[in-house]
Design a protein around this ligand. Structure first.
Ligand code: SAH
Length: 352
């Protein structure tokens, strides 16, 4: 299903045969098509991510990685990244890790998009690719990076109707794809304190993301390591609809043209931490991206970079502002780490 048109036709057939499908299935199919068919990043694309804004972002992750590895006293670790996009973060981080004299035993990318795998191979040719986390190596500790990965995984949504909570589904009507409540009661999934919420309220959760977080927490607890997740999201999520579509740096209609837009939800960091704890990990953070990058020394890095490339001073300052200021990505984005409980506290999380 490599074009939005082919995807729409397949979804219309599927809905025609089996009735409305869960929002999560729609989101999974739409994003599968979206990432499989093109490179969505950068000025020409639909959105821009931190590693594409500046090399400083990946470098800070590299410094974080080396610091944790060194203090853990692990002999060897693997560099693992979930959804590495264009491979920019990995290339910048691995360069910074190498500059500190360390070389991970292996580099492992979990990536489903063939188009993005090709771009990643141009930047990091010696990586090993995985379709899922199941095949990641055992034995050696894993330090896992996930930037804007969890927000793109399928989210289930539930809506309060006059008849009670129902899963939010997608049907195909005269106006095209549109949301509609399912038939089955969903009270056993929606938290009890929301049972009396007013009609129209929406509750969302990502079982797919939480299962990955829990499984990786169990892995790093068993074999050593940590999972660093950076994403936009919130803590103490109660209720509300955060499903959004981005196209050419503007918001688009979630239910129009599936596969042509990037569909994401805000990450629920409280739930992510709880899933990590269930897997046995210790949770460092969450903290704001601004605090995380600031503590790791991004301002000093910007100064050093500008001194070496005076002609780029303005651009470097703008990138620093974009990554760390409150009105840009500084507070909406958060960082948290799910860490092996035998490992020391990760850098960047001192306040938490
Ligand atoms: N980390 C990158 C890209 C973020 S976009 C950056 O910061 O620039 C989301 C990434 O996750 C893309 O690489 C996409 O192809 C990948 N992805 C989405 N769903 C996935 C899944 N279920 N399994 C593996 N990778 C997935």
């Amino acid at each position: 299903m490599n074009t939005p048109q082919a995807l729409s036709e397949a979804l219309i057939d599927r809905i025609g045969e089996q009735g409305p499908i869960p929002v999560a299935d729609y989101m999974e199919a739409a994003n599968g098509c979206y990432y499989a068919s093109h490179d969505p990043f950068g000025v020409q694309g639909d959105f821009i991510t931190s590693p594409e804004i500046s090399q400083m972002f990946g470098e800070m992750i590299g410094i974080w990685f080396t610091d944790l590895w060194t203090r853990s006293r692990a002999h060897n670790v693997h560099y693992v990244e979930l959804g590495p996009g264009r491979g920019t973060l990995a290339a910048d981080a691995l360069r910074a890790i190498g500059a500190q004299g360390r070389h991970p035993a292996g580099v492992h990318f979990v990536e489903t998009s063939p188009v993005l795998r090709k771009l990643q191979a141009e930047r990091v040719p010696h990586a090993t690719w995985h379709d899922s986390i199941a095949t990641l190596p055992n034995g050696v500790p894993l330090i896992i990076i996930a930037n804007e990965f969890f927000d793109a995984l399928p989210y289930r949504q539930y809506i309060k109707t006059y008849g009670g909570w129902r899963e939010r589904m997608v049907r195909y009507g005269i106006e095209g794809f549109e949301p509609t409540p399912g038939n089955e009661p969903a009270e056993d999934i929606v938290p009890e304190h929301l049972h009396q919420a007013q009609a129209g309220s929406i509750y969302e959760t990502s079982p797919a993301g939480l299962l990955i977080a829990r499984a990786l927490a169990a892995r790093v607890t068993r074999q050593g390591g940590a999972l660093l997740a950076i994403d936009y999201g919130h803590e103490n999520y109660d209720a509300g609809d955060t499903l959004q579509a981005l196209n050419a740096h503007a918001y688009a209609d979630v239910f129009s043209n599936p596969g042509a837009n990037d569909l994401t939800c805000h990450v629920d960091f409280t739930a992510l931490g709880a899933a990590g704890k269930l897997g046995g990990a210790r949770i460092d953070g969450p903290v704001s991206q601004s605090y995380f990058l600031g503590t790791l020394g991004i301002a000093a890095r910007a100064t050093a970079l500008a001194r070496r490339h005076p002609e780029r001073t303005e651009e470097i300052g703008a990138a620093l502002h974009r990554l760390t200021s409150e009105e840009e990505m500084g507070t909406l984005f958060r960082a948290t780490a799910l860490v092996c409980p035998r490992w020391p506290k990760a850098a960047g999380f001192e306040v938490a």
